[in-house]
Design a protein around this ligand. Structure first.
Ligand SMILES: [Mn+2]
Length: 333
């Protein structure tokens, strides 16, 4: 079921009191990140959880499987749960545009009595009991910062570090088009509150394993260029993972190499999740919208960066998705 997003989202000042009542009136809160969590989703969940714990609240942080081990530098990562205990009745979600982002936890979110949906995707389907969605925010971490300020909960260095990691990575290290005056000012405010920008940059972009870089090398070597370099794509297959000793999480970052090419209008990385399941990461430049490549396959995301996961073997997924991409480039003229 797709829920149409409301024409106008509730404003922060309209939802802050109901959110405060939920926080104060609930014995245990679960903060849930999305499947294949990135630093925006998990950093926001952990940052919010740590902030609430300073107020004496009982807060869990849960992520759908698998545990995103590349994010182990986030403050409080050792407390993150995956699998195991039920989510409970009160769930806050972070950076999740649709129920499809919850993987094996989807039913539990649908059945929870209270869901507070905090996000910055314009495509958010308003699945929460309360929806705090700001599509102008560069990251969900930015929405969390505003919420904590309204709730009157001060930032400590651990919270600031997690929110900075969220903001820093969702703007590609303040390089993507969603980098704004507000996000740069927020970066400074988070550094003032105790985040170390050099350390977050080191952990986010300069802490890769040999296996990761070798996998990227293989993927770049087999990159395909079509339509005068406007369509660039490559793949990560099970034999490539075996050859390098990498796993699928190590494919993170390969799409950045593809999208760094000057002629690129659509870049796609296909990942062989299993024999009959494929994941794609997509990047685009004007005038093409990356979500248009992904929505036919049940995915979504942002205009410049989107993704999907669906039940087709790799070669079939490639044929179908490339067809869509070629058509989009053709009609862009
Ligand atoms: Mn985000």
């Amino acid at each position: 079921m797709t829920v149409a997003a409301p024409a106008a989202w509730p404003r922060l000042e309209d939802v802050v009191d109901p959110i405060r009542q939920i926080i104060d009136g609930t014995a245990q809160i679960t903060c849930l990140a999305h499947k294949d969590a990135d630093a925006d989703s998990l950093g926001s969940a952990l940052g919010f959880a740590i902030a609430l714990r300073t107020r004496g609240r009982d807060v869990r942080v849960v992520v759908p499987e698998p545990l995103p081990r590349l994010l182990e530098h986030l403050a409080g990562f050792e407390t993150v749960e995956t699998g195991g205990a039920p989510l409970g009745e009160t769930v806050f979600t972070f950076d999740c545009a649709t129920l499809g982002r919850f993987g094996e936890r989807r039913r539990e979110v649908e059945n929870a009595s209270t869901v507070v949906n905090i996000d910055h995707h314009w495509s958010n389907t308003a699945f929460g009991t309360i929806n705090l969605v700001d599509a102008s925010a560069s990251a969900t971490g930015q929405v969390i910062y505003g919420l904590l300020r309204e709730l009157g909960i001060p930032l400590n260095p651990a919270v600031a570090t997690n929110l900075y990691a969220a903001l820093f990575t969702d703007t590609g290290g303040f390089r993507h088009e969603n980098t704004t005056e507000a996000s740069l000012r927020l970066g400074a405010a988070l550094v003032a509150a105790g985040a170390d920008p050099g350390w977050v940059a080191l952990k986010s972009y300069k802490s890769r394993s040999l296996a990761q870089v070798r996998l990227e090398g293989l993927a770049i070597a087999r990159m395909h260029s079509e339509m005068d370099g406007r369509l660039l794509w490559s793949e990560v297959t099970a034999p490539m993972l075996e050859e390098t000793g990498a796993d699928l999480q190590d494919a993170e970052g390969i799409i950045d190499a593809l999208q760094s090419i000057a002629s690129m209008q659509i870049a796609i990385l296909f990942k062989e999740h299993s024999a009959d399941r494929t994941k794609i990461s997509v990047r685009s430049r004007d005038p093409i919208d990356a979500t248009e490549v992904c929505t036919p396959f049940g995915g979504g995301g942002h205009r410049r960066a989107a993704g999907a996961e669906f039940g087709d073997p790799l070669p079939i997924a490639e044929r179908k998705v490339l067809e869509v991409a070629r058509r989009l480039i053709d009609s862009a003229g």
